[in-house]
Design a protein around this ligand. Structure first.
Ligand code: IPM
Ligand code: MN
Length: 369
């Protein structure tokens, strides 16, 4: 029986459609080589959706996503200046991304920070720090904390303007993401770095208490506690010490971008946002309006998000690995998009489309064998 999957395609803004155009080619190649069918349903999302439909996350897009087996989302958002044309509550981040996360309760955000040995020259870190490459799975809580807490602004009794933003978690919200992290640690090196700020924040003290409880069920996993500020340093000085890391929403936002930094580009950061019933996949980076339409954006994180979908939503592990290997082959051939090239690395710069061409050719070969 042919497996058939419905995928909502939210191409997004700026470079979104360009990198999405390359990523969806993976589905075509798979259909040619495997007994599988993908129905891709495009839907408006982000700033472009606001301009066309008056909403950043229009009703029809919600319906398409509700009915899809998985969602593939491109980056959204506009430049600071352009964003001002959109009311604050409809700007892509607040009007589209956060509501998407909330709608499907995608509480566990998988952000692999991965650099194989033959990609090591992309990293700004020295070779003796990188050694055999970087292979970290950062798990970020994605639907709680400051991002979703109550917000208030006004004028206080002494006539001063003030703002208040609440960081709130209940025990279940913390437990569910920790369980995911422990499970992943168990599948990998049985080592979990718990990132927190318990020397200052009550929320971290509470988080750590829940962690101790959950740890009871995962005694084969070693837990290492690290303060978030120290973790930022450690990621630069010795990324090899990390395997799985887990942290709350805001910490994860910041440290995952640092992850992109130690790899050499945010263009190397795909991600999976997992909820109890639905998952969506997206690059960790923004929509880079400054390079939109130039055919120079790096589609790796978008294609990598497809690879993550294949594995995590459809159990197509072998095919997922083939996608990663096809991307690796581009680098092995000495090519990369412009974001990854450095003057002395001798890299041959390829365009967004050329990168896609190389990946699809190789992927076809790998799947044919
Ligand atoms: C990310 C992004 C988002 C976040 C923004 C665009 C809302 O930076 O996915 O990391 O802060 O979560
Ligand atoms: Mn971010």
């Amino acid at each position: 029986m042919t497996n058939a999957y419905k995928i909502a395609i939210l191409a997004g803004d700026a470079i979104g459609p360009e990198i999405m155009a390359q990523a969806v080619r993976v589905f075509d190649v798979l259909q040619q080589h495997r007994d599988v069918q993908f129905e891709l349903i495009e839907a408006p999302f982000g700033a472009s959706a606001y301009f066309e439909h008056g909403k950043a996350f229009p009703e029809q897009t919600k319906t398409i996503c509700d009915q899809a087996d998985a969602i593939l989302k491109g980056p959204v958002g506009l430049s600071h200046e352009e964003s001002k044309k959109i009311p604050v509550e409809e700007q892509a981040e607040r009007g589209a991304i956060l509501p998407l996360r909330a709608r499907y309760n995608t509480f566990a955000n998988f952000r692999p920070i991965y650099l194989s040995k033959d990609m090591a020259h992309f990293s700004p870190l020295k070779a003796d720090i990188i050694r055999d490459g970087i292979d970290i799975l950062l798990i970020r809580e994605l639907v709680g904390g400051l991002y979703f807490g109550e917000k208030e602004r006004g004028v206080n009794e002494s006539g001063k303007r003030y703002v208040k933003e609440v960081l709130e978690y209940d025990e279940d919200q913390i437990r569910q993401v920790l369980v995911v992290a422990f499970e992943q640690a168990r599948l990998r090196k049985k080592k979990l770095h718990n990132i927190h700020k318990s020397n200052v924040l009550m929320s971290s003290v509470f988080w750590n208490e829940i962690l101790d409880e959950v740890h009871q069920d995962y005694q084969d996993v070693e837990v290492v506690h690290l303060l978030v500020d120290a973790a930022a340093t450690a990621l630069c000085l010795n990324p090899g010490q990390f395997d799985v890391m887990v942290m709350e929403n805001m910490f994860g936002d910041i440290l995952s971008d640092q992850g992109g930094g130690i790899l050499g580009s945010l263009g190397l950061m795909p991600s999976a946002c997992m909820g109890p019933e639905k998952a969506y996949y997206e690059p960790s980076h923004g929509s880079a309006p400054d390079i939109a339409g130039k055919n120079i954006a790096n589609p790796y994180s978008m294609i990598g998000s497809v690879a993550m979908m294949l594995e995590m939503s459809f159990g197509m592990n072998e095919e997922s690995r083939a996608v990663w290997n096809a991307m690796k082959s581009v680098f092995e051939a000495g090519c990369s998009t412009a974001d990854l090239s450095s003057p002395d690395a001798g890299t041959q710069i390829v365009s967004t489309v050329e990168f896609g061409d190389m990946v699809m050719t190789k992927l076809g070969e790998l799947l044919a064998n």
